[in-house]
Design a protein around this ligand. Structure first.
Ligand SMILES: Cc1ncc(COP(=O)(O)O)c(C=O)c1O
Length: 451
């Protein structure tokens, strides 16, 4: 009897220990659920950049995925930065003006006053930010109320959408489509349907985001296209956020047109630029927005509450870079013009080797990316070994792991509803040393010749 009682007691106490543990686990997860990702960030937790950088670290491919040069930045800007680090002026290592270091806002206002043919006020019409990324963030956060709609032309730089969604804004998408799909295309062949765009504008439209030259296609918007967008923006009283980070990387005979220069457009345009792209120093992360004071005011408020002020020595170095380039603006050695000249043969070389290997590239008019239709090679790729929903993800992952060349899937630049339009394309970056482009060509050609 005694034995039975002890056993029962043991069972009871084991059960209660178990249920205590269970209760503890449940209460632990209840406690921890308080720290889950806030709802507004859910569905935005996947990033192609995070994923593909991990992949590159693991498989060490020849990386034509990420958009930055693998060669030295221009020595005048890097030397300026090292001189600033040991400057006699102690204030260059301290906080500077929140909305922008005065030397830099003055330089930027001077340059764009010349380009826009109007006087920009460096204090109220220019804001310096942590890269163009933060300029986009302040523009979209500072001008969106829940329910406001933003029109986005696809393919688009992927941060636009979460930046709009986290504040309750609604992105509305319109894709660029190639006019024909035979043979080598030019980015000029990728256009939006005017009627489709017209239909997206309505009373709730707060603005449209454009990106010229475009990443990833390299499209340089024509005057006709920009005028069409401008007329709709005026008709519906909307903003235009113009992401022009590749403004200086335009191949002849194309010309970059700033939508803010079209009649009646400065008043409703926020233009975004990047020192990273302008001076090939993407790691410096200095960008800017310029536009009319009333629109920039909202960006200033967001900036002062999230970042407050950007790095002083880097702003000073970028300012010196601008001052120097403005002095030699009319000369061919001016970096604003020499970079595109330096990149053009790289673009042509990439266009040729992608064609030789059997892909169908779109030759860009601007920027330093090239997209290519990879599907003529589909039979050589074991897509079934990868599990992603989109075929371009499977292609790029398989190529990274098995061939050793990394590109970026172009559907990453499309909304969920339109990803299928981009699955045939991969994006490669050609701001790379000639020897690395040659290596990529050799790897791909060797792969092509196998089997
Ligand atoms: C179209 C576009 N906009 C904005 C950015 C962000 O620029 P930054 O590095 O100056 O933040 C990039 C960077 O690749 C880009 O391609």
């Amino acid at each position: 009897m005694m034995f039975v009682r002890t056993s029962i007691c043991r069972v009871i106490s084991k059960t209660s220990a178990f249920s205590n543990t269970l209760r503890n686990i449940q209460s632990y997860s209840a406690v921890m659920s308080k720290f889950e990702l806030p709802d507004r960030f859910k569905d935005n937790d996947k990033s192609v950049w995070v994923e593909y950088i991990q992949l590159a670290l693991k498989y060490k491919p020849l990386n034509l995925g990420q958009g930055f040069p693998d060669f030295h930045a221009p020595s005048n800007v890097t030397k300026a930065l090292s001189a600033i680090a040991s400057s006699d002026n102690p204030l260059l290592q301290q906080y500077t003006r929140g909305f922008g270091h005065p030397r830099l806002t003055n330089a930027i206002a001077k340059l764009y006053s010349k380009l826009l043919k109007r006087n920009l006020d460096p204090n109220n019409e220019v804001l310096i930010t942590v890269g163009a990324y933060e300029a986009l963030y302040t523009a979209l956060q500072g001008h969106t109320n829940p329910g406001d709609e933003w029109i986005i032309i696809e393919p688009f730089y992927d941060c636009y959408v979460p930046m709009i969604r986290i504040i309750g804004g609604i992105p509305r998408f319109i894709p660029l489509k190639p006019k024909n799909t035979n043979g080598t295309l030019s980015s000029v062949d990728w256009t939006f349907d005017k009627k489709e765009l017209e239909k997206l504008f309505n009373e709730k439209t707060k603005g449209i985001v454009i990106n010229t030259p475009n990443n990833p296609i390299g499209k340089v918007y024509t005057l006709d296209e920009l005028q069409f967008i401008a007329d709709l923006a005026k008709k519906w009283n909307t903003l235009v956020v113009s992401d022009e980070v590749y403004e200086w990387i335009v191949y002849e005979p194309n010309q970059h047109i700033r939508i803010a220069t079209l009649p009646g457009m400065f008043e409703r345009t926020i233009t975004i630029g990047s020192a990273g792209k302008t001076f090939s120093v993407t790691g410096w992360k200095i960008g800017w927005a310029y536009g009319p004071a009333n629109l920039l005011h909202n960006l200033q408020i967001v900036h002062q509450n999230v970042v407050y002020t950007c790095s002083t020595p880097i702003q000073e170095a970028v300012a010196l870079g601008f001052e120097e380039e403005m002095e030699r603006f009319e000369h061919p050695e001016c970096y604003f013009f020499s970079l595109a000249k330096e990149l053009e043969p790289k673009r042509d070389y990439m266009g040729k080797f992608l064609s030789d290997v059997g892909m169908l590239p779109t030759i860009p008019e601007g920027g330093y990316f090239m997209i290519a239709d990879w599907t003529p090679l589909e039979k050589k790729v074991k897509l079934e070994e990868e599990t992603d929903a989109n075929k371009d993800y499977r292609f790029t992952k398989w190529m990274t792991k098995n061939v050793g060349v990394q590109g970026i899937p172009v559907s990453a630049f499309y909304s969920n509803e339109h990803k299928h339009l981009a699955e045939d394309f991969v994006r490669y970056c050609f701001i790379k040393k000639d020897e690395n482009l040659q290596k990529a060509a050799n790897i791909l050609m060797k792969w092509k010749s196998q089997q």
